[in-house]
Design a protein around this ligand. Sequence first.
Ligand SMILES: [Zn+2]
Length: 295
Amino acid sequence: MSQSVKAILLMQNYLQHSKSFKGLTPKNWTFVAYDDAGESWRNTSSLRCHCGKLLRYRYTFKYIGDLSVIDNLLDADKEDVRKQNGIVYFGETCFNHKILGLSNEQSNNLVTGIKTIRQQALRYLQNDETLKKALEAQRHLIKLLGYNKISFPGYVNELDQMDLPINREQMGELQDLYEAHVQTMPRPRSSVRYRNLEEIEITPRPNSILQDDPLTAELFLQRYGAIEAGKEVSALELAYEIDVQSPNHYGYYSSGKPYLYSEIVLYLDNEQRRGNVIITNKGWDDILFKKRRDA
Ligand SMILES: [Zn+2]
Protein backbone atom coordinates (compact mmCIF):
# COMPACT_ATOMS: atom_id res chain seq x y z
CA MET A 1 0.00 0.00 0.00
CA SER A 2 1.49 3.37 -0.98
CA GLN A 3 2.00 6.16 1.55
CA SER A 4 -0.62 8.32 -0.15
CA VAL A 5 -3.24 5.55 -0.04
CA LYS A 6 -2.41 5.00 3.63
CA ALA A 7 -2.77 8.71 4.32
CA ILE A 8 -6.19 8.79 2.72
CA LEU A 9 -7.33 5.70 4.62
CA LEU A 10 -6.16 7.17 7.90
CA MET A 11 -7.73 10.56 7.29
CA GLN A 12 -11.03 9.09 6.20
CA ASN A 13 -11.06 6.86 9.19
CA TYR A 14 -10.10 9.51 11.71
CA LEU A 15 -12.59 11.98 10.32
CA GLN A 16 -15.42 9.47 10.23
CA HIS A 17 -14.87 7.99 13.65
CA SER A 18 -13.32 10.75 15.70
CA LYS A 19 -15.73 11.68 18.47
CA SER A 20 -14.55 15.27 18.87
CA PHE A 21 -14.83 15.75 15.15
CA LYS A 22 -18.36 14.37 15.06
CA GLY A 23 -19.35 16.76 17.79
CA LEU A 24 -18.18 19.69 15.70
CA THR A 25 -19.91 18.77 12.48
CA PRO A 26 -23.58 19.64 12.21
CA LYS A 27 -25.36 16.34 12.01
CA ASN A 28 -26.77 16.84 8.53
CA TRP A 29 -23.29 17.22 7.11
CA THR A 30 -21.29 14.08 6.72
CA PHE A 31 -17.62 13.70 5.89
CA VAL A 32 -17.13 12.01 2.49
CA ALA A 33 -13.49 12.20 1.42
CA TYR A 34 -10.05 13.63 2.00
CA ASP A 35 -7.64 14.43 -0.84
CA ASP A 36 -4.01 15.55 -0.79
CA ALA A 37 -2.71 17.18 -3.99
CA GLY A 38 0.89 16.58 -2.90
CA GLU A 39 3.85 18.86 -2.29
CA SER A 40 3.81 20.58 -5.65
CA TRP A 41 0.11 21.38 -5.31
CA ARG A 42 0.71 25.07 -6.08
CA ASN A 43 1.58 24.11 -9.65
CA THR A 44 -0.32 20.90 -10.18
CA SER A 45 -3.38 21.00 -7.96
CA SER A 46 -6.82 20.90 -9.48
CA LEU A 47 -8.42 20.73 -6.06
CA ARG A 48 -10.56 23.72 -5.15
CA CYS A 49 -12.82 24.53 -2.25
CA HIS A 50 -16.38 25.72 -2.49
CA CYS A 51 -15.21 29.33 -2.40
CA GLY A 52 -12.71 28.83 -5.21
CA LYS A 53 -9.31 28.64 -3.49
CA LEU A 54 -6.68 26.28 -4.90
CA LEU A 55 -5.99 23.60 -2.29
CA ARG A 56 -3.39 21.13 -1.14
CA TYR A 57 -5.76 19.33 1.26
CA ARG A 58 -9.37 19.05 0.32
CA TYR A 59 -12.19 17.84 2.57
CA THR A 60 -15.45 16.78 0.95
CA PHE A 61 -18.72 16.92 2.84
CA LYS A 62 -22.24 16.02 1.79
CA TYR A 63 -25.49 17.47 3.04
CA ILE A 64 -27.81 14.61 3.93
CA GLY A 65 -31.47 15.45 3.65
CA ASP A 66 -33.78 17.98 2.06
CA LEU A 67 -31.69 20.69 0.42
CA SER A 68 -34.50 23.23 0.79
CA VAL A 69 -33.73 23.22 4.51
CA ILE A 70 -30.52 25.12 3.75
CA ASP A 71 -32.36 27.75 1.69
CA ASN A 72 -31.13 30.44 4.05
CA LEU A 73 -27.71 30.24 2.33
CA LEU A 74 -26.59 32.75 -0.28
CA ASP A 75 -28.26 32.18 -3.66
CA ALA A 76 -25.05 31.24 -5.44
CA ASP A 77 -24.13 28.74 -2.74
CA LYS A 78 -27.56 27.22 -2.79
CA GLU A 79 -27.42 26.64 -6.54
CA ASP A 80 -23.94 25.12 -6.39
CA VAL A 81 -24.85 22.81 -3.57
CA ARG A 82 -28.02 21.75 -5.38
CA LYS A 83 -26.18 21.10 -8.63
CA GLN A 84 -23.75 18.83 -6.80
CA ASN A 85 -26.42 16.97 -4.82
CA GLY A 86 -25.31 18.42 -1.52
CA ILE A 87 -21.57 17.93 -2.05
CA VAL A 88 -19.32 20.75 -0.77
CA TYR A 89 -15.52 21.01 -0.83
CA PHE A 90 -13.58 22.67 1.96
CA GLY A 91 -9.99 23.68 2.45
CA GLU A 92 -8.48 23.78 5.92
CA THR A 93 -9.04 27.50 6.28
CA CYS A 94 -12.60 27.76 5.04
CA PHE A 95 -14.68 25.83 7.52
CA ASN A 96 -16.03 29.17 8.64
CA HIS A 97 -18.04 29.17 5.46
CA LYS A 98 -21.65 29.80 6.45
CA ILE A 99 -22.79 26.70 4.60
CA LEU A 100 -22.03 24.43 7.57
CA GLY A 101 -23.95 26.75 9.85
CA LEU A 102 -21.13 26.86 12.42
CA SER A 103 -20.35 29.68 14.82
CA ASN A 104 -16.86 31.21 14.56
CA GLU A 105 -15.77 29.29 17.61
CA GLN A 106 -17.07 25.97 16.31
CA SER A 107 -15.45 26.66 12.98
CA ASN A 108 -12.09 27.45 14.60
CA ASN A 109 -12.32 24.26 16.63
CA LEU A 110 -13.07 22.30 13.49
CA VAL A 111 -10.03 23.78 11.72
CA THR A 112 -7.79 22.96 14.69
CA GLY A 113 -9.27 19.48 15.06
CA ILE A 114 -8.79 18.63 11.41
CA LYS A 115 -5.20 19.90 11.35
CA THR A 116 -4.35 17.88 14.44
CA ILE A 117 -5.85 14.77 12.90
CA ARG A 118 -3.90 15.29 9.67
CA GLN A 119 -0.63 15.93 11.50
CA GLN A 120 -1.07 12.81 13.57
CA ALA A 121 -1.76 10.70 10.49
CA LEU A 122 1.39 12.14 8.87
CA ARG A 123 3.54 11.46 11.94
CA TYR A 124 2.54 7.81 11.85
CA LEU A 125 3.27 7.54 8.15
CA GLN A 126 6.59 9.38 8.21
CA ASN A 127 8.14 7.86 11.32
CA ASP A 128 8.51 4.08 11.51
CA GLU A 129 9.32 4.14 15.21
CA THR A 130 6.17 6.16 16.05
CA LEU A 131 4.09 3.84 13.90
CA LYS A 132 5.59 0.75 15.49
CA LYS A 133 4.92 2.02 19.01
CA ALA A 134 1.37 3.03 18.16
CA LEU A 135 0.64 -0.39 16.64
CA GLU A 136 2.14 -2.21 19.64
CA ALA A 137 0.01 -0.26 22.09
CA GLN A 138 -3.05 -0.75 19.93
CA ARG A 139 -2.53 -4.50 19.65
CA HIS A 140 -1.99 -4.85 23.36
CA LEU A 141 -5.30 -3.09 23.97
CA ILE A 142 -7.16 -5.08 21.28
CA LYS A 143 -5.92 -8.27 22.90
CA LEU A 144 -7.02 -7.09 26.34
CA LEU A 145 -10.47 -6.22 25.05
CA GLY A 146 -10.70 -9.55 23.27
CA TYR A 147 -9.69 -11.58 26.32
CA ASN A 148 -12.33 -9.77 28.30
CA LYS A 149 -14.97 -10.14 25.62
CA ILE A 150 -15.49 -6.38 25.52
CA SER A 151 -16.94 -5.30 22.19
CA PHE A 152 -15.42 -2.35 20.36
CA PRO A 153 -15.96 -0.70 16.96
CA GLY A 154 -15.16 -2.89 13.95
CA TYR A 155 -13.08 -0.26 12.17
CA VAL A 156 -10.37 -0.72 14.80
CA ASN A 157 -9.69 -4.28 13.63
CA GLU A 158 -10.00 -3.28 10.00
CA LEU A 159 -7.28 -0.65 10.39
CA ASP A 160 -5.14 -2.91 12.54
CA GLN A 161 -5.16 -5.66 9.94
CA MET A 162 -3.75 -3.15 7.45
CA ASP A 163 -1.00 -2.20 9.95
CA LEU A 164 -2.58 1.20 10.40
CA PRO A 165 -3.00 2.82 13.81
CA ILE A 166 -6.14 4.35 15.21
CA ASN A 167 -5.51 7.85 16.52
CA ARG A 168 -4.89 8.92 20.10
CA GLU A 169 -8.43 9.97 20.74
CA GLN A 170 -9.73 6.63 19.47
CA MET A 171 -7.18 4.81 21.65
CA GLY A 172 -8.53 6.83 24.57
CA GLU A 173 -12.03 5.65 23.81
CA LEU A 174 -10.91 2.01 23.79
CA GLN A 175 -9.03 2.53 27.05
CA ASP A 176 -12.20 3.96 28.58
CA LEU A 177 -14.11 0.84 27.54
CA TYR A 178 -11.47 -1.27 29.23
CA GLU A 179 -11.32 0.91 32.36
CA ALA A 180 -15.10 0.69 32.72
CA HIS A 181 -14.75 -3.09 32.61
CA VAL A 182 -11.93 -3.12 35.17
CA GLN A 183 -14.14 -1.23 37.63
CA THR A 184 -16.45 -4.22 37.68
CA MET A 185 -13.65 -6.72 38.42
CA PRO A 186 -12.96 -8.18 41.90
CA ARG A 187 -10.29 -6.50 44.08
CA PRO A 188 -6.71 -7.81 44.08
CA ARG A 189 -6.05 -10.95 46.08
CA SER A 190 -2.31 -10.80 45.82
CA SER A 191 -0.09 -8.09 47.25
CA VAL A 192 2.88 -8.73 44.98
CA ARG A 193 4.29 -5.57 43.46
CA TYR A 194 7.14 -5.39 41.03
CA ARG A 195 8.79 -2.90 38.75
CA ASN A 196 10.98 -5.27 36.84
CA LEU A 197 12.38 -8.67 37.45
CA GLU A 198 15.26 -7.43 39.65
CA GLU A 199 12.92 -5.43 41.83
CA ILE A 200 10.32 -8.04 42.54
CA GLU A 201 9.38 -7.71 46.16
CA ILE A 202 8.66 -11.11 47.47
CA THR A 203 6.42 -10.25 50.36
CA PRO A 204 4.76 -12.93 52.42
CA ARG A 205 1.79 -13.79 50.26
CA PRO A 206 -1.03 -15.44 52.15
CA ASN A 207 -3.14 -15.11 49.01
CA SER A 208 -0.78 -16.61 46.46
CA ILE A 209 -2.96 -17.82 43.63
CA LEU A 210 -0.72 -20.60 42.40
CA GLN A 211 -0.17 -21.87 45.96
CA ASP A 212 -3.68 -21.60 47.24
CA ASP A 213 -5.74 -22.52 44.23
CA PRO A 214 -4.80 -26.04 43.10
CA LEU A 215 -7.16 -25.90 40.13
CA THR A 216 -5.60 -22.76 38.67
CA ALA A 217 -2.10 -24.02 39.54
CA GLU A 218 -2.87 -27.26 37.70
CA LEU A 219 -4.14 -25.34 34.66
CA PHE A 220 -0.96 -23.31 34.65
CA LEU A 221 1.41 -26.26 35.14
CA GLN A 222 -0.27 -28.26 32.37
CA ARG A 223 -0.09 -25.38 29.95
CA TYR A 224 3.46 -24.54 31.00
CA GLY A 225 4.50 -28.18 30.65
CA ALA A 226 3.21 -28.24 27.08
CA ILE A 227 5.43 -25.34 25.98
CA GLU A 228 8.07 -26.51 23.54
CA ALA A 229 11.70 -25.98 24.49
CA GLY A 230 13.30 -23.12 22.58
CA LYS A 231 10.01 -21.48 21.68
CA GLU A 232 9.70 -17.86 22.78
CA VAL A 233 6.57 -17.29 24.84
CA SER A 234 5.02 -14.18 26.35
CA ALA A 235 4.38 -14.38 30.09
CA LEU A 236 1.58 -11.85 29.70
CA GLU A 237 -0.25 -13.90 27.10
CA LEU A 238 0.19 -16.99 29.19
CA ALA A 239 -1.31 -15.13 32.15
CA TYR A 240 -4.34 -14.01 30.14
CA GLU A 241 -4.86 -17.49 28.84
CA ILE A 242 -4.77 -19.10 32.27
CA ASP A 243 -6.92 -16.37 33.80
CA VAL A 244 -9.60 -16.82 31.16
CA GLN A 245 -9.60 -20.59 31.67
CA SER A 246 -9.55 -20.44 35.45
CA PRO A 247 -13.06 -20.75 36.90
CA ASN A 248 -11.91 -18.34 39.63
CA HIS A 249 -11.01 -15.60 37.15
CA TYR A 250 -8.73 -13.43 39.29
CA GLY A 251 -8.93 -10.21 37.33
CA TYR A 252 -6.51 -7.44 36.59
CA TYR A 253 -4.26 -4.74 37.91
CA SER A 254 -5.21 -1.23 36.84
CA SER A 255 -2.44 -1.53 34.22
CA GLY A 256 -4.57 -4.21 32.59
CA LYS A 257 -2.22 -7.08 33.48
CA PRO A 258 -3.82 -10.11 35.10
CA TYR A 259 -2.96 -10.65 38.78
CA LEU A 260 -1.76 -14.03 37.63
CA TYR A 261 0.92 -12.31 35.57
CA SER A 262 3.04 -11.38 38.59
CA GLU A 263 2.73 -14.92 39.91
CA ILE A 264 3.87 -16.33 36.60
CA VAL A 265 6.78 -13.88 36.53
CA LEU A 266 7.85 -15.08 39.97
CA TYR A 267 7.55 -18.67 38.84
CA LEU A 268 9.67 -17.95 35.76
CA ASP A 269 12.22 -16.13 37.88
CA ASN A 270 12.55 -19.26 39.97
CA GLU A 271 12.79 -21.45 36.90
CA GLN A 272 15.52 -19.19 35.57
CA ARG A 273 17.48 -19.49 38.81
CA ARG A 274 17.19 -23.26 38.50
CA GLY A 275 18.53 -23.08 34.93
CA ASN A 276 15.33 -24.30 33.28
CA VAL A 277 14.33 -21.09 31.59
CA ILE A 278 15.97 -18.20 29.77
CA ILE A 279 14.30 -14.83 30.07
CA THR A 280 14.85 -13.42 26.58
CA ASN A 281 13.25 -10.06 27.07
CA LYS A 282 12.14 -8.31 30.18
CA GLY A 283 10.42 -5.01 30.32
CA TRP A 284 7.70 -3.16 32.07
CA ASP A 285 5.20 -4.35 29.49
CA ASP A 286 5.89 -8.04 29.22
CA ILE A 287 8.43 -10.76 29.83
CA LEU A 288 9.39 -13.19 27.09
CA PHE A 289 10.97 -16.50 27.93
CA LYS A 290 12.19 -19.76 26.43
CA LYS A 291 12.43 -23.12 28.11
CA ARG A 292 15.96 -24.47 27.78
CA ARG A 293 16.38 -27.43 25.47
CA ASP A 294 18.72 -29.18 27.87
CA ALA A 295 16.62 -28.58 30.98
ZN1 LIG B 1 -12.78 27.95 0.69
